[in-house]
Ligand binder design. Structure first.
Ligand SMILES: C=C(O[C@@H]1C=C(C(=O)O)C=C[C@H]1O)C(=O)O
Length: 169
């Protein structure tokens, strides 16, 4: 089977989550919470507006990006808990700006990616294919710690129309 569409969406979710690391460091330093409600509202509005240009339903796009946001905050809050014991090296405001620029870029790519997983997301073997794709990604392409792995699972929770988190194992 052609699972490039799933590989693509997993890779993008992973890339997007990687940006949460410098963002979390910046917020920790500034004693800011993980949640930036204004930024979330803006992102959801931008993605809803752009979705139809990629042939993606706006509600579907919103649900997907809400998962990406929750996953990002899950990882950021997990880092905050770890950093109570030992603070990370400081990062500048430029790190926040570049991470958010990268999130914007990856999010656009995700809309194209969402259009491509349309067929597989409703397939009965979607969850098994997704599980395998994530496993391959983790063994061959990236090294994720347990917090990053949990966040990636959260990000992909609704990729398959049936299944959910348990499907990822
Ligand atoms: C990634 C950030 O943290 C949170 C997650 C967001 C996201 O995933 O797009 C947006 C706003 C924040 O609530 C951020 O502040 O940029």
């Amino acid at each position: 089977v052609d699972n490039t569409a799933l590989i693509n969406i997993v890779a993008l979710a992973s890339q997007r989550l990687a940006q949460a690391e410098p963002i979390a460091k910046y917020k920790w330093q500034k004693k800011l919470p993980a949640t930036d409600a204004a930024r979330e509202t803006q992102l959801i509005a931008d993605m809803r507006r752009a979705a139809p240009m990629y042939g993606v339903d706006a509600d579907q796009a919103e649900a997907f990006f809400r998962d990406q946001i929750e996953a990002s905050k899950l990882l950021q809050n997990a880092r905050f808990a770890q950093w109570r014991l030992q603070s990370p090296a400081p990062v500048g405001a430029d790190a926040l700006v570049s991470a958010r620029n990268e999130i914007n870029r990856v999010s656009q790519a995700m809309l194209a990616g969402l259009a491509r997983i349309e067929a597989i997301s409703g397939a009965p073997d979607c969850t098994s294919q997704l599980r395998e794709t994530v496993q391959n990604w983790r063994t061959r392409m990236v090294t994720l710690d347990s917090e990053q792995a949990a966040a990636l699972d959260r990000a992909l929770q609704h990729v398959c129309k049936r299944g959910g988190m348990s499907a990822l194992g």
